[in-house]
Design a protein around this ligand. Sequence first.
Ligand code: NAI
Length: 247
Amino acid sequence: MNLNERVAVVTGAAQGIGRACALVLAEAGADVAVADLNMEKMEAVAKEIEAAGRRAMVLSVDVSSAESVKAGFGKVLETWKKIDILVNNAGIVRDNLILRMKDEDWDTVLRVNLDGAYHCIKEVLSGMVRQRYGRIINISSVVARAGNAGQANYIASKAGLIGLTKAVASEVARKNVTVNAVAPGFIATSMTEKLPEEVRQKLLAVIPAGRMGTDMDIAYGVRFLASEEAGYITGQVLDINGGMYMA
Ligand code: NAI
């Protein structure tokens, strides 16, 4: 599964799952552009990509803004002439019960998690169709499959991503462009480290594998879906969750 000569863009790649995806894709041979709000952390990730022997590019991008995505992705297209792999990973949470949810928290989560993927797909898709090659991987979540109290905005966005995945996959399958989702379970990153200990223990109790996932568990799944060999897999959701939810 080598990705030599491939160009990848990973959003939300300054840390966590996005960083792991960027590094694993680079180790497999791809040149990688990282797109995030956090320049300082992205510079560090870029150094790691270069240490793996690949080219790296740092893009200051707010995925919720179409203009920002256009400007950032435009730099990749101008410099590297193409984008073969897009990992829509940038995501945020603003958890609350629906009766207490602020409209602003609903909007912000939908704008980043769902509109963000939409904007990025719009920037890469015509090029992928033209070159008859593309791999789009949208990072959803186990909660989009199973539901969860207190995350209506987040779950709506992550379930929306699965719908978006299937719709776009149907439109471009004939052009050798695949679109898939990955639904991570309970992964040890900064997003989950703030959870109270009792919540962590409750979650661990329902994971058959008996442990939290790692960012690498997700990145290896992404690498597979990004590969040439996964070319007949499209419109699917790959659950990576230690058995926490079995579809
Ligand atoms: P994280 O919070 O460690 O990293 C998210 C990254 O996205 C950060 O670098 C942040 O700066 C960036 N980001 C946020 N808003 C952005 C914007 N508007 N434009 C560009 N970049 C932006 O989160 P983590 O845990 O690495 O999550 C990555 C993805 O995986 C997210 O989509 C998350 O919803 C999803 N996920 C995570 C799970 C977990 O247990 N950690 C479980 C299921 C899904």
